[in-house]
Design a protein around this ligand. Structure first.
Ligand SMILES: Cc1ncc(COP(=O)(O)O)c(C=O)c1O
Length: 385
């Protein structure tokens, strides 16, 4: 029998799946994967029920390839309102099956075999797989701990005439960092100098603490025309299972993305799009309570970790926290993570899975605090025992 695809053969089970199984087996409290252990807002779930029962005979059929009009329109309205960015809902916004499909479709749409793609490590794991499936060559630039800044020389050296695409994630999973104006200006000038595209993954755009502000790279001079901005509602509404995301990009890039989307999933389920379109109208009312809830969770968890003798890197955004482990153990991240699952019954993520060049990830664990307060308190109790 002939072999399956050599790229696919190189893929292993994701660290999340492995750790989730291990956590179950050990009955550990699971602070590994990034999703809430509580339901999303009931008012949005109610909207979805209403969408299903609208009696519109089309609602349960295929949606338009590019997404339903009302959803594209509110996404467009929100980019204008929050960031003063103009995207034409007809030609520049495409609804996808979560940010993950947006990432995959964007990379497949832009990258030819042999093109180089700059990724900042630690990175969200789907970037690497999508680059490899497109036949691209990942060029990692390590964000140096503890402030997760790149080294300017290393960044410049990563660029070449072969660079096609740069991938940035802000606010950043797993560090909780928000890239600032100076960093984005530096990156922006290299992107323009080397004539590359930027894919900006902003799925945590509204999950910010301490009045921090999210800066979409597309707002920087000369970047919008070469940037694909990606977001989704999974994190913002705590509905990760709904898988509604989008890309915002100039028409020619959006067209290419739509062509990949067309032959991959074709479209996104319509009742959920309909509900999300209504929910996104209410972001102004929703966001203050959402941020307050997560700020309290972050503060509770950070304080608890400090009480356990850890020295966590306080995240500015996202619902993850990176915790240095060197003062606690001689073990690397994978072994210490396993030890905590087996002995303290608490599961986290070993961040070395998010690196291909540097080995800084071995000195940390990543915890997700998108959990009920009782879950966080129980985990902290176990960790302190
Ligand atoms: C940085 C980042 N990008 C994208 C995603 C995937 O988003 P979605 O669930 O909308 O596919 C995640 C989910 O954890 C993420 O952390």
């Amino acid at each position: 029998m002939k072999e399956t695809s050599s790229v696919v053969k190189s893929f292993k089970e994701s660290i999340f799946a492995t750790l989730t199984k291990k956590a179950h087996k050990n009955q550990a409290i699971n602070l590994s994967q990034g999703f809430p252990d509580f339901d999303g807002p009931q008012w949005i779930i109610h909207l979805a029920k209403k969408s299903l029962e609208k009696g519109d005979k089309h609602i349960n059929q295929y949606a338009p390839l590019e997404g339903i009009k009302s959803l594209r329109q509110i996404v467009s309205k929100n980019y204008k309102k929050f960031y003063d960015l103009d995207y034409n809902p007809n030609t520049e916004i495409t609804i996808t099956n979560g940010a993950t499909e947006a990432i995959f479709s964007t990379i497949l749409a832009l990258v030819n075999p042999g093109d180089e793609v700059i990724i900042f490590e630690p990175f969200y794991d789907s970037y690497l797989a999508s680059i490899q499936l497109a036949g691209g060559i990942p060029v990692p630039v390590t964000l140096k701990t503890n402030d997760f800044k790149w080294n300017s020389n290393e960044l410049r050296e990563a660029f070449s005439s072969k660079t096609k695409l740069v991938i940035l994630n802000t606010p950043h999973n797993p560090s909780g960092k928000i890239f600032d104006t100076l960093e984005l200006e530096e990156l922006s000038s290299l992107i323009k100098e080397f004539d590359t595209y930027l894919m900006s993954d902003e799925v945590y755009e509204f999950l910010l603490f301490d009045n921090n502000i999210h800066l979409p790279p597309a707002t920087f001079k000369g970047l919008k025309e070469r940037t694909v901005t990606i977001s989704s509602v999974g994190k913002t509404f705590g509905l990760t299972g709904w898988k509604i995301g989008w890309t915002c990009a100039p028409e020619s890039l959006s067209h290419a993305i739509r062509m990949v989307h067309q032959f991959n999933t074709f479209c996104v389920n319509q009742p959920t799009q309909d509900a999300v379109a209504s929910a996104l109208e209410k972001l102004d009312d929703y966001l203050p309570g959402f941020r307050e809830m997560y700020q309290k969770k972050r503060d509770l968890f950070i304080k608890g970790l400090k009480d356990c003798g850890y020295n966590p890197i306080v995240p500015k955004g996202t619902y993850f926290v990176m915790v240095p482990i060197e003062e606690h153990t001689k073990l690397n991240d994978v072994d210490y993570c396993t030890e905590l699952i087996e002995t303290k019954k608490v599961a986290s993520i070993p961040p070395s899975a998010f690196y291909i060049k540097g080995d800084e990830g071995k000195k940390y664990l990543r915890f997700c605090f998108a959990k009920k307060d009782e879950t966080l308190k129980a985990a902290l109790k176990n960790l302190s025992s």
